[in-house]
Design a protein around this ligand. Structure first.
Ligand code: 5AD
Ligand code: SF4
Length: 470
C-alpha cells in the first residue's frame, strides 16, 4: 500500500492523542448521514478514533466526543444536524464534550457560516478533502483548546493506509473513486466532492485480498460514478499503474472476481451513460458479480432528463435495459428517481411511471426534488409546488409498492442463495440474510451459519422481507 508521508504524519498525531488520553477510557458517538460513501468515510473516522483511545457508544450522554459525518444531497439532513447541535449544547456546557462535524455539508459556505454564528461551541469543522487530517485537528482542539476549521476547495488526494473500523465482519465497502464530473443540474455532489479521481488498481486489489483473508464474503465497490473508474486518467493521460490487467471498471470487476474467498461483488452507483458493453460483458461472465444492478433513472421523460443534464433519453435508457437483460441471465434492477424537478409536467411525470411499469425494478429509491443552493436547478424559475411534488411521490410510491408485492410473489417456492448476516433486529431468535438480488430473508437457524451462504426455500413474502426455510 502506498502510505504517504502525510498519513505517516497523521499516525504520529494518533499516537500523541492516544498518549494524552491514556487511562481515561473515553467514549465517542458518531452520526452518519447520507450514502454508502459517507458510511465508508465514517468507518475510517471510527478507525482513527479507536486507535486514539476512544470507544464507541450509542449513548450521547456518556460521550466525550460527538462526531457528525454530514450529507447535503437533500435538505432534510440540515434540519437533522441543527436539531442535534441544539441537543448537544447542554452537554458542551456541562462536561465540555468535544464536537466535530465533517463531510459534504461542510463544503457549503452558508452552512459553516451558520454554525459559526449560531453554534459557536462546535470545536472542529472539516470538509471532504481533509478527512485524513482528523487526528491532527483533534490533537490541536484538545491541546490548544482552539476552534478549528479545516476545509479546502481543491480536490483532496486519495490517501492510502488510514486505519479503518468496519461495521460488519461479513460485508465490506471499498471506495474505488472519489468525486463526480457529471454536474446533473439538481445535484450538489460535484461541488462538495470535487472532480473524479480513481484509486490505483493495486491499492484496491490489495485491500480486497486483505478483506478476503479476514473472512469477508461480500464486497461493494463505491464511487459517485463507479463505471467511469480510471476514465479521467485514461482520457487525460494521467499516470496510473495497471495491475493484474486492471485499466477500467470492467477489468477491475474481472480481477476482483478472481480473488479467492470473496463470494459476492456489488457496486454503486453507475451512470447509465457510461454503462459500456465491456461492463455488461464483465457482469455476465463474472460469477461473483451479483445479478442486481443499480441503474439510476432519475426521470423517465427525455425533456426532463435533458434539463437534468443526464445525457440519455427515455428510449436510450430502455434500450440499455433491454441489452442488459438479453446478455445477463436473471438480471434484476434497482433505481433512483426524483419527482418534481423544476418544470416537470403531469404528462412528463407519466413517462417516469411508464418506465417503472416497463422495467419492473426490484427496488426504487424515491426522492422529492430538493433545491440545492449553487446548482443550476435551484436557479430554474419553474419550481414545482410542494403539494404537487408530494402528490407525485405518493403516486409513484403506490405503483412501486404494488410492483414489489407482485415481484415478491415470484420468489415464493424458489430456492435462493442467502448470505447469512446475523440475528434479526426485531426477533433475536431468527436470523437474517440477503439474496443475490439483495432481498432480505428472515429464517430460523443456528447462529454458526452467520457469515456463510446457504440455500434457502422461500416460503412467504411480507413486503419488505421474505421468509425462508433451510
Ligand atoms: N433532490 C432530490 N434528490 C436528489 N438526489 C440527488 N440530488 C437530489 C436533489 N437535489 C438523489 C438522486 C441520486 C440520489 C443519491 O439522490 O436520485 O441518485
Ligand atoms: Fe450527482 Fe449526477 Fe454526479 Fe450522481 S452523476 S453524483 S447525481 S452529479
Amino acid at each position: 500500500m502506498n502510505e504517504s508521508e502525510e498519513i505517516k504524519r497523521q499516525k504520529q498525531y494518533i499516537q500523541k492523542v492516544k498518549e494524552m488520553n491514556q487511562n481515561k477510557r473515553l467514549k465517542y458517538t458518531i452520526l452518519t448521514m447520507g450514502c454508502q460513501l459517507n458510511e465508508n468515510d465514517s468507518e475510517k473516522l471510527c478507525g482513527m478514533l479507536e486507535q486514539m483511545g476512544y470507544d464507541r457508544t450509542e449513548n450521547q450522554k456518556e460521550a466525550d466526543l460527538a462526531l457528525f459525518n454530514t450529507c447535503c444531497v437533500r435538505e432534510n439532513a440540515e434540519d437533522k444536524l441543527f436539531g442535534k447541535l441544539g441537543e448537544l449544547k447542554r452537554l458542551k456546557e456541562e462536561k465540555g464534550i468535544i464536537i466535530a462535524i465533517g463531510g459534504c455539508m461542510m463544503q457549503e459556505k452558508h452552512i459553516t457560516e451558520k454554525i459559526k454564528e449560531s453554534y459557536p461551541f462546535v470545536d472542529i469543522l472539516f470538509g471532504t478533502h481533509t478527512l485524513h487530517k482528523f487526528p491532527e485537528n483533534l490533537y490541536k482542539a484538545l491541546k490548544e483548546k482552539k476552534k478549528l476549521k479545516d476545509i479546502i476547495d481543491i480536490d483532496g488526494e486519495i490517501y492510502e493506509g488510514m486505519p479503518i473500523k468496519r461495521n460488519s465482519h461479513i460485508k465490506a465497502s471499498v471506495t474505488i473513486m472519489n468525486g463526480c464530473n457529471n454536474f446533473c443540474t439538481y445535484c450538489i455532489v460535484p461541488y462538495v466532492r470535487g472532480r473524479e479521481r480513481s484509486r490505483q488498481p493495486k491499492d484496491i486489489i490489495d485491500e480486497v485480498k486483505d478483506l478476503a483473508k479476514q473472512g469477508y464474503q461480500e464486497i461493494t465497490l463505491l464511487g459517485q460514478n463507479v463505471n467511469s473508474y480510471l476514465r479521467v486518467e485514461q482520457e487525460k493521460n494521467i499516470k496510473f499503474e495497471a495491475y493484474e490487467g486492471v485499466h477500467s471498471f470492467a477489468t477491475l470487476l474481472k480481477a476482483i472476481n478472481k480473488i479467492e474467498g470473496i463470494e459476492r461483488i456489488r457496486f454503486v452507483s453507475p451512470h447509465p451513460k457510461d454503462f459500456t458493453d465491456d461492463v455488461i460483458e464483465a457482469i455476465a461472465t463474472c460469477d461473483k458479480v451479483c445479478n442486481l444492478v443499480h441503474l439510476p433513472l432519475q426521470s423517465g421523460n427525455s425533456k426532463v432528463l435533458k434539463e437534468m443534464n443526464r445525457k440519455y433519453t427515455k428510449e436510450q435508457y430502455l434500450a440499455l435495459v433491454e441489452k442488459m437483460q438479453k446478455r445477463i441471465p436473471n438480471l434484476t434492477l434497482s433505481t433512483d428517481i426524483i419527482v418534481g424537478f423544476p418544470g416537470e409536467t403531469d404528462e412528463e411525470f407519466e413517462d417516469t411511471l411508464d418506465v417503472v411499469r416497463k422495467v419492473k425494478f426490484e427496488q426504487v429509491y424515491m426522492f422529492i426534488y430538493s433545491r440545492r443552493m449553487g446548482t443550476p436547478g435551484d436557479k430554474m424559475e419553474n419550481q414545482i409546488p410542494e403539494e404537487q411534488k408530494h402528490k407525485r411521490f405518493d403516486q409513484l410510491k403506490a405503483l412501486v409498492e404494488s410492483q414489489i408485492q407482485e415481484n415478491n410473489q415470484k420468489y415464493v417456492g424458489t430456492i435462493q442463495k442467502v448470505l447469512v448476516e446475523g440475528e434479526s433486529k426485531n426477533n433475536k431468535d431468527l436470523l437474517t440474510g440477503r439474496t443475490d438480488s439483495n432481498k432480505v430473508v428472515i429464517f430460523e437457524g443456528n447462529k454458526n451459519l452467520i457469515g456463510t451462504i446457504q440455500n434457502m426455500k422461500i416460503v412467504s413474502e411480507h413486503m419488505w422481507y421474505l421468509k425462508g426455510e433451510m
